[in-house]
Design a protein around this ligand. Structure first.
Ligand code: CLF
Ligand code: SF4
Length: 504
């Protein structure tokens, strides 16, 4: 598709042209300056930060104290990205060295988290030794922890004392009947409690842990796994409670359940939600709490920007041979942060919540739209920096943007498998390609740095416009430009709202 340059008239007339206007339109609580400071470098707690800052997960916590029907910690594969999965388990000493080495090699590193492969607070000695070591040797790195919450009330104060500023609690239910269908048992007080008894204890501990962390000034994100037919209709209740109790953000994730993962849900045929189902629940929950829409469902040993896992570069055999000048590494991280902040300042982003709805910015004053334009979904391939800069064949997850007369906003992430990964096997390639095209269902266009011939044809055949003309442009500008082009040409192509092409 040939694209005209950005049409400033349509851009300006399509909606608000500054973040302030977007905020005014979006029912969302204001972010206090102190909180802004805490989230602006955190790739999970700030949507804008995820384009620029990296996280590291240290896999020091092998044991777990509950059972989740979506988890199997035995399964590992280099291409597998989901919580609970790791290639190497680390001692606290190894983990601290890894953090220092990664922090020198990736100066965008801003957060070090412990997220498994089991439950960090079921392995308190290892977890706290690791957190203490990082705080001592690299105090500029923020500490983060992800927990099932069972032992949170016991350790909340300890976490706050160690300056763990961000904690995620996975909370899937408030109702023990629903909870027991997800968590069949919990290990509590020396015994295994099954069914609703176990779920009840878990739920009470999670809520008490949340209250304590909020009281201690720790920012809490709630992760809820959406499981159709089990807790999908219940998640709004969870959302109301965690909002009331002071959680900062709610991340509603789709269940991952493939038979080859060997999980109960994978083997029993439990289906994940469709992207539309997930978005409906996320939209219904977005009121007075930030809704996370850019989660990548990371491995418990993930390294790098959220969309660019570099774990394979940092195995312990390699790390053991590396010498690092830690002071120089820290200075370099500070320089990189300053450079990113300057860039964000120039672009008008402040790393805060307004970026959940990021209107494109026009050089022209706003004008009244002449037409009511339909919203369209547009997929983007990026490897970071907030730019359209990834090859279609290298994408492991597309960012999905909704463009409308109101602006451009990120509404989700759709995972796929890298088309160019693995052996050049025709059958595998076809399968991966058809899965990638299916992942883009409902999208009007996909913007990448480059496409191979086969993907280009497959996308066109599916009624999805491939576009490689926005390379290295900021995502929102590229999406805005393509949106206008689609509106301009859509009449000829039978383009319908939300990206469905009538002839496809
Ligand atoms: Fe890791 Fe989690 Fe901290 Fe982020 S991940 S412990 S809050 S630093 Fe982030 Fe990964 Fe989603 Fe987790 S994208 S799975 S929400
Ligand atoms: Fe797996 Fe985490 Fe659940 Fe434990 S709490 S069973 S590690 S998903």
């Amino acid at each position: 598709m040939g694209l005209t340059p950005i049409n400033e008239t349509i851009l300006a007339g399509s909606g608000p042209t500054c973040a302030r206007t977007a905020c005014a339109r979006t029912p969302r609580r204001a972010v206090a300056p102190g909180i802004q400071e805490k989230i602006k470098h955190h790739p999970c707690f700030s949507e804008q930060a995820h384009h620029h800052y990296a996280r590291l997960h240290l896999a020091v916590a092998p044991a777990c104290n509950i059972r989740c029907h979506y988890c199997n910690r035995k399964y590992d594969c280099a291409n597998e990205t989901r919580p609970g999965v790791v290639s190497e388990r680390l001692t606290p000493e190894q983990a601290i060295k890894k953090a220092l080495v990664v922090g020198a090699a990736i100066p965008q590193l801003s957060v070090v988290g412990i997220a498994g492969p089991g439950e960090p607070l079921a392995n308190p000695k290892r977890t706290f030794a690791t957190l203490r070591g990082i705080a001592q040797h690299a105090p500029d790195l923020r500490l983060c922890l992800s927990t099932n919450g069972l032992r949170l009330p016991e350790y909340a104060e300890h976490l706050a004392k160690l300056h763990v500023e961000h904690v995620t609690i996975t909370m899937n239910a408030l109702d023990p009947g629903i909870g027991s269908r997800i968590h069949p048992w919990v290990f509590w007080d020396g015994q295994r409690l099954t069914g609703e008894r176990g779920a009840q204890v878990l739920i009470e501990q999670q809520q008490e842990g949340l209250r304590q962390l909020v009281r201690l000034g720790v920012l809490v994100k709630i992760n809820s796994v959406m499981i159709p037919g089990i807790n999908d209709e219940h998640l709004q209740d969870v959302n109301r409670l965690v909002t009331r109790e002071g959680a900062f953000m709610h991340n509603i994730l789709p269940l991952i359940a493939e038979p080859e993962h060997g999980t109960f849900f994978g083997l029993s045929g439990q289906r994940p939600p469709t992207p539309a189902e997930l978005k409906t629940v996320q939209d219904a929950c977005s009121g007075d709490i930030a809704i996370m829409r850019h989660c990548r469902q990371c491995r418990a040993d993930a390294v790098g920007l959220l969309g660019q896992d570099r774990g394979a570069e940092f195995d312990m055999a390699t790390i053991d041979t590396v010498e690092v000048d830690y002071q120089a590494a820290r200075r370099r991280r500070a320089e990189v942060r300053e450079a990113i902040e300057r860039k964000q300042g120039a672009a008008g982003h402040n790393g805060g919540m307004e970026v959940q709805l990021s209107p494109w910015r026009s050089k022209q004053p706003p004008q009244t739209p002449t037409v009511a334009a339909p919203p369209l979904l547009i997929a983007v391939a990026t490897r970071g920096g907030g730019l359209i800069n990834e090859h279609f064949g290298e994408v492991s997850a597309f960012l999905i943007y909704e463009a409308s007369s109101q602006g451009v906003r990120l509404i989700g992430v759709r995972k796929t498998e890298r088309y160019r990964a693995g052996p050049a096997d025709g059958t595998r390639g076809e399968k991966v390609l058809s899965r990638a095209v299916r992942a883009l269902e409902g999208c009007a266009a996909v913007l990448c740095a480059k496409f191979g011939r086969e993907p280009w044809r497959a996308l066109e055949a599916a009624g999805i416009v491939p576009n490689a003309e926005q390379v290295d442009l900021p995502i929102e500008h590229g999406v805005a430009a393509v949106y206008q082009e689609l509106l301009r040409t859509g009449g000829d192509q039978g383009l319908h709202p939300m990206g469905v092409v009538a002839s496809a």
